[in-house]
Ligand binder design. Sequence first.
Ligand code: FE2
Length: 610
Amino acid sequence: MKILGISPLDKDASASLVEDGRVLFAAGEERFNRVKQTSGFPALAIEAALNATGTNPDQIDLVAYPFLDWQKECELIRDAIDAESRWEDRFRPENLELLLHEARSRVPARTSSVHGLSDPNQTMQKGGLKELVYRIAGASDAASRALAREAARDWATRAAADHQRWAEELERGLAKLGLANKLKRAEHHLSHAANAWLASGFERALVVTLDGYGSGLAGSVSLAENGKLRRLSNLRFPHSLGSFYECVTSSLGFSPDRHAGKIVGLAAYGDPRVLAEALLSRVEFGDEGDFRLYQNLNVHFSRHLASHFPMIDVAAAYQYVLELVAARLVRHWVRKTGCANVVLSGGVTANVKMNQRIHEVEEVEQTFVYPNMGDGGCGTGLALLWSAKERKLESYTNAYYGPEFTPAQIEAELKRADLRYERPADLVREVATRVHSGEVIGRFSGRMEYGPRALGNRTILYHAREPEVNQWLNQRLGRTEFMPFAPVTLWEAREKCYLNLAGAEHTAEFMTITFDCTEFMRTNCPAAVHVDGTARPQLIRREVNPEYHAILSEYEKLSGIPCLINTSFNMHEEPIVCTPRDAVRAFLLGHLDGLAIGPFFVRHPERGRS
Ligand SMILES: [Fe+2]
């Protein structure tokens, strides 16, 4: 059975073609139209999927879409907001003014600088009027309650209109392909749960989904066993860890949709104890690992904190509470079900540090995080779930599901760009030697990665021996990051580099979790180790990507170090490159020293050494 999976049209719209439980092709629309996390019908991604697999639309048996019909979604949104109002009327938070007064006395005096901040204790101070608004709307009890309610109603109105618009776009797009009558919809969190479980390889698994919003929920817990998913618990919107983190991301001056990772990076510099108590005073814990978050959609509260407290302490407190709440949920259900294999999906599980905390829960034995954990991966989940008569529980071996290009296509592009290139007899050695000598090399090879991470085929490589690279390379690529570059590490050397890997080795192949680093790693790869001593590696096995593995092996022979920095091949705020043309453009704009593209090697016309 052949299924076209389409992810929600709200952002990061993606298409995947799945046959009998096997992914044939999957990619996000952003890679083709070059607009990051693009919304709308993924026409170009579908076209690429059909072309790459030689499929005619009439050969598709079903189209899977991970939202219910828009009227039902609107009803669920309204119900969720109404239930929230009733709970908020009952909940009595502690005296916030007193808590914040005490918090002020815990702000440490700091001297060490934080890259990207003018002062380590920098706040988001906005001046008189705005701060007054934040205090009244975010922290004064009566006013904030009324405004939070209004914000929730506004959110519901916008969300309802969005769902209607997406539904219409979806139907129009499918009609053009003659597929309108093949559409099958499902509840959103089923799609997250399905992709995580079916890619994990675990027969019996506790499946936890956490995101911003989907079909009235912000998360779910299911038990996968005997080939079926059984829902154990629903986490109701708006008690959403996704919205919780979006508020702080926006309040610290970043895009809530795209920059949550920056807050994870910033948090490592701060002291969570400064504001943890104030945040926890607004959380109500239930008996089933569940939780409720007071005024969770009221962004003025986090703005109020951000305007008075160091950004790093605000970030640290939100990260701490997120980890605590999520780990508590997982611990409860692992104990209750006796199932110690935890699989995670949903946008919140892009938080690599939270995933580490979950893996460190004493009762958890194995952890797997779906590589395309956000909504971009939802269509694949349903397609996997519905396309196989018998559940296939093979674990994902890789995420190389996108398009690839022949040497002839690549060569034509190099000629078009008038670049001098060669076809080295030993490209692996050429790349390893140049990286060892301190060059920045782009690598474009094979099928493009599916999901947010570059995993070697659309990647920039550099050695990890000097921490300063995080400043100058980010600057050259037009990025601001607080988390260091991530390392790719030879599978064979994993124990030499990371601690507490047991049970999370598979998910570490996809850069979805951090680990504490060994002394070897801290000494030899300081560029990839964060201030808290963690790194988020990609472990690479020879059979997954032989040439990529060989480059790393060759580099290890030269340097004694089994790790390189692997950062995504893209320029500032652009999606990761997809085609040879994108690669050449990013290579030239980013002033990389060299580009290994297919079987060819190109030196930058202005920078390349001989
Ligand atoms: Fe979602």
